[in-house]
Every structure is written in structure tokens, then in C-alpha cells.
Design a protein around this ligand. Sequence first.
Ligand code: ZN
Ligand code: ZN
Length: 299
Amino acid sequence: MSSVLFWGAVASVRVGILASIAAQVAHPFVVDFATSLGSDEMTAFFGLCFSVHTAMVILGSVFFWVLDTFGLLQQYKLRRDPATPENAPGLMGRAMLFIAAYHMILRFAICRVLWALWPYPSFDGPSPDFSRLFPHFVVTYWASELFKYVFHYVQHEVTWLRWMHRPHHEFVQSQAAASEYSDMAELSVFTVLSFLHTVQLHPVVHLVTIVWKVSENLEVHSGYCFRGSWLNRLGLLHSARTEMHDFHHTHPGSRGPYGKPLLFDYIFHTADDWVTFLAKEGRDPMLSRVMQSEKCSMG
Ligand SMILES: [Zn+2]
Ligand SMILES: [Zn+2]
């Protein structure tokens, strides 16, 4: 348990530092952009947010598709049991169309309405300093991971809620295009949540959180585990989460894991099947998460 807590603390410090730096660097550019397009700066801002969001998902999905198609970086590809079925033909294209439509229309509308209802700070204020950004990102990181764990847990364990998560698991092989593909009801819950917990400090925090979450989610669903690469050694990638979530997609008969950090699954024993799976390969889940020399899962 102590090592789970220790590496959880390391992850939250990493998010706090990287996201705070990103928010301070992005602040002047985002403010310039939003205020240069006319009087309705928030419409311009949310247009920017969801254009970035959609572009990242589409470019990220195409990037990993190119790796698959042309056999690039295959030393990082998670190996799969040949018995695992392939994803349905056309699923990737359908997912990307859905994602573009959802984020550019419905998500934009939800956030614009919330903004009109909520008295949040405008762009006029200065960028929050590090001493405010860091605790904000650390607290919201754990709050959102806990909420997502509980939400994912009930979507699998409560029979009458399973419909909500079913589209996401059409991807039996995890693939980057799955990262933001789910039922509109599920996505809308997260849209409202992410709005409420990210814009309190300054709108730029909302954009930084989108970039962080989308890049993590793309990698986690990519089917590529970059453990041992220099980017992962620098703490910029998420190989441990990728491997764990890939197991969740490719082993539908197993229970969990439902979270991205190990902490909540560890406490509530929803990572037991995952731990047993690793043990068969002679691996320890904590060592596998932190040792760059550890190989990724054989699938
Ligand atoms: Zn699931
Ligand atoms: Zn998933």
C-alpha cells in the first residue's frame, strides 16, 4: 500500500508542476487569441478549446493508425492474444466523426450555456501564480480520478447502467480513436464536471486540462506502451496506465481495473484480475509501473 501511495503522490506532483507551467506559458497567447476575435471572447475561447480537442483526437488517432499500418515503433506495441477479436471495420472512422460532432457542437453548447449561468472569472484577470495553480491541479486531479473511477465502476457493476458505457467497449482492441468515444450521456456528465472543476481559477486552466487529459487518454488507448523510451523516462508519458487500461479492453471477462491510477483499484480490489495476470508473467504491478527496464504486457 505504501508504494501505491508513494507513486500516487509522485503522479500528482508531476501533474501539478507540468500543468502549472503549461498554464502560465499558454496564458498570454490564449488571452490574445480570445480577445482579438471580437467582443464575445468566451465564444472564441470555447471554439478554440474544442477545435484543439477535436484536432488532437483526430491527429492522434491517425498517428497511431500510421504506426500500425506501416509497422513503425512496433517494439512498443502491446502484444495481444491472437484470439482477441479485431475491431469492427469502419469503427475508427465512425468514432472520429462522432467525436468531432460531439465536441464541436454539443460540448461547445453545454460549456457556453454553463459559462452564461456561472459567474466565473473572465480573461481580464492576470494569470494565477504557481502557488495557486499547483494545489488547484493536484486537488482537481485526484477529485476527477476518483469521480471517474466511481463512474466507471458503476457502469460495469450496476446492470442497468451498462448501456451508457457500451459504445466505448465496441473497441475490443484498444485503439486511440476509442479515447473519447462513448455514449453522449456519459460524455455530457464529464463535460459538466470538467467545466466546473477547471474554470474556477482562470479559463486557461480549462484548456490546459483538456490538452493534458486528451493526450493521456489517446496514449492510454493507443495499444502502444512506451516504457523505456526517453519521453517516458522524463515522466511525460503514461506507460503504466496504458498497459492497465489495455487489459481492461482486451479482457472483457475480467473485473476492472476501472481507474487510471492504481490507487482506487488497489483499495477496492478491482485490480485483482490484473495483478493475477501480471503474476503469471512473473511480474509485480508496482515494479512494472515504475521500472523502465520492465517489459510491457504480452497480452
Ligand atoms: Zn470500461
Ligand atoms: Zn477505455
